[in-house]
Design a protein around this ligand. Sequence first.
Ligand SMILES: C[S@@+](CC[C@H](N)C(=O)[O-])C[C@H]1O[C@@H](n2cnc3c(N)ncnc32)[C@H](O)[C@@H]1O
Length: 269
Amino acid sequence: MGERIELGEVQETLLIPLYGRAIDAEAGSSVLRDTKAIDLVDAIDYEFTKFKGPSLSGSVLRASIFDGYVRDFLCEHPDGTVVDLGCGLSTRFDRLDNGRVRWFDLDVPDTMALRRRFFADSDRYTMIAGSLFDTDWGPTVAERPGPIFLLSEAVLLYFPDAQVREVLRRLVKQFPGSPLAFDTGGRLMMGSQDRKPVFKALPARMQWVCDDPRSLEPLGLTLRECRTFAQPQTSVARSWPARYRLLMGLLGWAPPVRTYKLNLFTTAA
Ligand SMILES: C[S@@+](CC[C@H](N)C(=O)[O-])C[C@H]1O[C@@H](n2cnc3c(N)ncnc32)[C@H](O)[C@@H]1O
């Protein structure tokens, strides 16, 4: 019998990318080779097979594009700090650890309690239980010397526009001159979520509609890179099996898919 879990509605969505990574790791030609995801799926008592469809591979491709942003940052700043806001059961630290990075993973208390059953803090890795919308975690991270990379993957989408804008304004103030990566979804993507098999299996719904990430620049952000599934980094595309490169080269331009953007901003200095 696996670990029983009890998670809030948005928190439960972390099981989609977890299962996606496990399925990917079992495939002959894996993108992320996240074998720990297989162990986690095996250890958790949950009906993962109810998640079907393209969102599973989508979450793997998404993670690989965000990995690409973090990898580029660590190439330039090997001793830098990375903060993953709303980490879920992500294994990004294990995937990208260069032996020098200082890493913080933050998520709300019920998710963090689950995470702590499988992951442990170390001298360069710290888990923080808290909300990205609260201010108390900020000083712990902001006092780090050197550059800080902030990342929030598949989290802001679940919150209303005003709340997202408020937190983005605060991050700009608290972390001036920092890279900040997060995803945005346009109206067409949001409108299609009820038809997606994974959302038929879950009560949570995405709320934040952002048709143009550049429209966020007045909050104190500069858009550096804006990618769709059809436009991964060259090095990332090389890690994708041919079937994904081919599929995303075509499907990635389809209206709902192309309104989903994986963005890299810099906060105003
Ligand atoms: C779709 S999952 C994404 C998880 C992870 N980023 C990934 O890609 O595997 C959404 C995540 O948002 C987290 N979350 C929900 N509300 C949050 C909040 N107020 N602050 C931080 N994280 C939150 C959930 O616990 C969950 O881990």
